[in-house]
Design a protein around this ligand. Structure first.
Ligand code: FAD
Ligand code: GLY
Length: 375
């Protein structure tokens, strides 16, 4: 069995799989080590929204990272289809950020102005016009900020397609293999120890989602991250109830293939527990019926929960450790890991290849922007 690679990627979520895919495309030998199964955690809990303008809102390095990633989806969807046969269900079907209070109307209209000044497409849709386009919406909705360029994918299919494409290009994936510690020689990381032996590599990338911090502690590294539990459920309708995604302050409703709707999501900071609670789901049901009353007639499908990886300053960590050589981290994508997966894969592959990334991304996302303690 091979034990030496160019790159070891820890974690087969959407982030680890995208990094492995980009590195494999560049001819690197890559292995993904995953303690459970591919797409077994947050990446299969996600609703799959590509909400670059919906979720990130104001100009910042993260906003620009999200927009860059969003532009990568059409080509990525085609490449993954041809390499794996998997259709990631990419749709640029727009997102409506709906207003139910006068305060929201004012807030969203000023957001539209701010985004238009940045050259982003978005406009206000008044209640009457909104009813014509989306007749299933409640008449209580006062209007919406419409973002035509935001869209969606199937989060699970995207993750599995990235993993399979990486394998097609030569990568290996070893599931049920937990990384316990790093192989360290002085300040150089040389590999990892797992429950099934030692693997060596030129570079090691930690893409362990909400569990990255625990693993990094083994290398004496203290990152400032925390888990944010999210619950979701899905229902089925005989015909498509809504065309675009409906995003309100209390819930979102994402139309999927075959009349399915994904309705999410709760936010419980500090929790690693993946149970689904009645309180969480009933709150989402009430919120969803307020914006799309017809949801009440839909057929129940299932409910689930996942753990978002969040950081203290709400920015992902993307980069090499400032003191430990060859150790890279890609985590903290919080509510937007599906959206940010393509650009994250490219950025980490560039860093490993010694290619400079955009300056503002480098400083905003580097590991030592908050003091990283190494013991
Ligand atoms: P994960 O998918 O959690 O993967 C990390 C992997 O690392 C896991 O498989 C884990 O087992 C493995 N691992 C950890 N430690 C080790 C170790 N020591 N050894 C080996 N393996 C290890 N984002 C969007 O862009 N759009 C959305 O619509 C959206 N909706 C969401 C809805 C919900 C309910 C939730 C919870 C999240 C949502 N997100 C969304 C966020 C998105 O899901 C996450 O940001 C993203 O999945 C994080 O990916 P990841 O690969 O970092 O983590
Ligand atoms: N981006 C949606 C969520 O994290 O719930």
């Amino acid at each position: 069995m091979r034990t030496h690679y160019d790159v070891i990627v820890i974690g087969a979520g959407v982030i680890g799989c995208s990094i492995a895919y980009h590195l494999s495309k560049r001819g690197k030998s890559v292995i993904i080590l995953e303690k459970g199964s591919t797409a077994g955690k947050a990446s299969s809990a996600a609703a799959g929204m590509l909400g670059a303008q919906t979720e990130l809102e104001e100009d910042s390095p993260l906003f620009r990272l999200g927009k860059q990633s969003r532009t990568m989806f059409p080509d990525l969807a085609a490449d993954l289809k041809s390499l794996t046969g998997i259709d990631i269900e990419y749709e640029k079907n727009g997102i409506y950020k709906v207003a139910r209070t006068e305060e929201q109307v004012v807030r969203f209209q000023s957001l539209i102005n701010a985004q238009n000044q940045l050259g982003e497409e978005t406009h206000w849709v008044a209640a009457e016009q909104l009813q014509k386009g989306e007749p299933a919406l409640s008449t209580d909705v006062l209007g919406a900020m419409y973002i035509p360029n935001d869209g969606q994918v199937s989060a699970t299919k995207l993750t599995k397609a990235l993993a399979q494409a990486a394998v097609t290009l030569g990568a290996e994936i070893r599931e049920f293999t937990e990384v316990h510690r790093f192989v360290k020689e002085g300040v150089e990381i040389k590999g990892v120890e797992t429950n099934s032996g030692l693997n060596r590599a030129e570079h090691v990338v930690v893409a362990g989602g909400a569990w990255s911090e625990t693993l990094l502690k083994e290398a004496g590294v203290n990152l400032e991250t925390y888990p944010v539990k999210g619950e979701c459920f899905s229902v089925k309708t005989r015909k498509r109830l809504i065309n675009g995604t409906i995003f309100s302050d209390d819930c979102y409703i994402v139309p999927k293939a075959g009349g399915r709707l994904i309705i999410g999501a709760t936010e419980r900071p500090g929790l690693f527990d993946e149970t689904v609670t009645l309180d969480g789901i009933s709150r989402l049901m009430e919120a969803a019926k307020k914006v799309v009353p017809g949801v009440g007639e839909a057929e129940w499908e299932k409910a689930w929960a996942g753990i978002r990886p969040q950081t203290k300053d709400a920015l992902p960590y993307l980069g090499e450790h400032p003191e430990l050589k060859h150790l890279f981290v890609a985590t903290g994508h919080y509510r937007n890991g599906i959206l940010l997966a393509p650009v994250t894969g490219e950025v980490i592959a560039d860093l490993i290849d010694g290619i400079a990334i955009k300056k503002d991304w480098n400083s905003a996302f580097q590991m030592n922007r908050i003091p990283v303690q190494v013991q």
